[in-house]
Ligand binder design. Sequence first.
Ligand SMILES: Cc1cc2nc3c(=O)[nH]c(=O)nc-3n(C[C@H](O)[C@H](O)[C@H](O)COP(=O)(O)OP(=O)(O)OC[C@H]3O[C@@H](n4cnc5c(N)ncnc54)[C@H](O)[C@@H]3O)c2cc1C
Length: 547
Amino acid sequence: MSVSRRLPRQLAAPDPTWSVETDVVVLGSGAAGLSAALAARPVREVILVTKDTLDAGSTNWAQGGLAAVLDPNDSLENHVADTLAAGAGLCDEHAVRTLVDEAPTAIRYLMELGAAFDSGDTSGEIALTREGGHSHRRIVHAGGDQSGAEVQRTLDESVRLAGVQVVERAFALDLVTGVRADGTRAVAGVRVAMLDRSGGVQSVGIVHARAVVIATGGYGQVYASTSNPPAVTGDGIALALRAGVEAADLEFIQFHPTVLWSGPDATGQQALISEAVRGEGAILLDAAGQRVMEGVHPQKDLAPRDVVATAISQRMAEAPAGVHDHVYLDARRIENFEDRFPSITASCRNIGIDPVHELIPVAPAAHYVCGGVIANLDGVTSLPGLFVVGEAARTGVHGANRLASNSLTEGVVAGTRVGRALSWQLPEQVHVADIDTDGELIDSYHRSALRSAMSRYVGVLRSPEGLAAADAILQTLAGNASSEVVPTRKSFEATNMLTIATAVVAAALMRKESRGCHRRTDFDAPSSQWQRHLTCRIVNGELEVQV
Ligand SMILES: Cc1cc2nc3c(=O)[nH]c(=O)nc-3n(C[C@H](O)[C@H](O)[C@H](O)COP(=O)(O)OP(=O)(O)OC[C@H]3O[C@@H](n4cnc5c(N)ncnc54)[C@H](O)[C@@H]3O)c2cc1C
């Protein structure tokens, strides 16, 4: 089935004035990209391009930790079962088993590289916490709630020590493709814009490489309210779509049930109140003081995220005590809250809330995208020479909903697997004829209309009328695409966000059921007819969505 949505075929940018050659180019410097670069480097020449500073992605912000079976009372089967249950019938069980099997090794690998995970009081063994949807304690954390920062620090240092050539403020625009000796189309490199500190384009060049690894993260920033940092705009998925590569499951966007609600007009990245806070005993209350999760799910406040986010959204719609835009988290019973959750304490105090003595106002916000470019856990895609890892990939591990803390683990496991495979063997050389650089952009000021349409109509609860309204707004924005718009980081991102948002809305309109983190107001349950994936690709500038 094809939906006729015109989208830019490439990003407009000045003509390339330089080129470099390498074995492997990695796009993005979160857990996935750094792991890939590190594992490939001992054998290969590796260039890592990243559009901002090394730590600008989601990895640095992760709080809760990394899931892995390390407790003798837990088992790999339990972790597999919990992941499949969260994924609501759309996981690839083989991918899940591979991830779960390799997760404990990934944790020990990070520790070998120098990661200091929190240990229990006396034994010195790694401390494990529990998060929503997990039947056992299996979340490894660092610095209390600074787990991602510790992973980022460890991998940043390791990558630099290993001699990976790191190029910051380098924006990956579009893939360069060519043909192999046998006539098949394959990837030959990537067109990159070098940016100044304010996001202006200094120059454009081509990085020729035998392998391109996309590790550019998710697309939480297509929403006005998100836990994701500003760099997470879906660039890698959009550039893969433009190259004709298929993405899947884009409609499954996990809304974190509890970001800090800091007022009715707050937009952009919001501080997260980690699930681990509920893991340690905090409970959700509405403005009338009633428990939100009582009678909703057997795991109550630790039910899977989609269940908690939906329950909160439904309760907010009822406006108890006149409050329609947030509920509260009562963490006052947690001992030593300040020591266990130092960053959360600081974020609350920044807006004048003392979480030790007061209720924390919270609301759901876009947090994690389960879909992405179709790839296996070795990063292999349908386009020879192109690999995708981390949140940008759809490996089948998460299905219709991610189990908390499986994503950092996935980034390290998949990144390391692709890096090792590329050490072992590089894809064939590809001949490039002409590089087509004609493209279009939309102006960056369209970002705010796009984001508010997505938050208003394509959030936790989706109605057919709302989705149609979002679709109409996005089509109007697409009509503004032109080759005359000034190329900057923001206009590149706006154009990528338009591509992603259009695909998300088209898939959400087509999926006529509620499953995992996709909730339709007109279909309140999953349907066996829809226990399948929707794939998206762009052919000649037209988006195609297929069942
Ligand atoms: C607040 C928060 C808390 C979280 N907590 C947890 C948790 O406790 N446990 C867990 O497992 N997961 C957690 N997650 C999710 C997890 O952090 C991410 O899924 C994971 O870090 C993604 O890693 P990544 O390497 O794929 O992408 P990212 O870490 O997002 O990195 C993407 C990289 O790509 C770069 N980039 C993007 N576009 C371009 C471009 N065009 N050109 C060049 N570079 C580009 C970015 O600058 C960045 O360096 C959390 C996420 C957030 C936002």
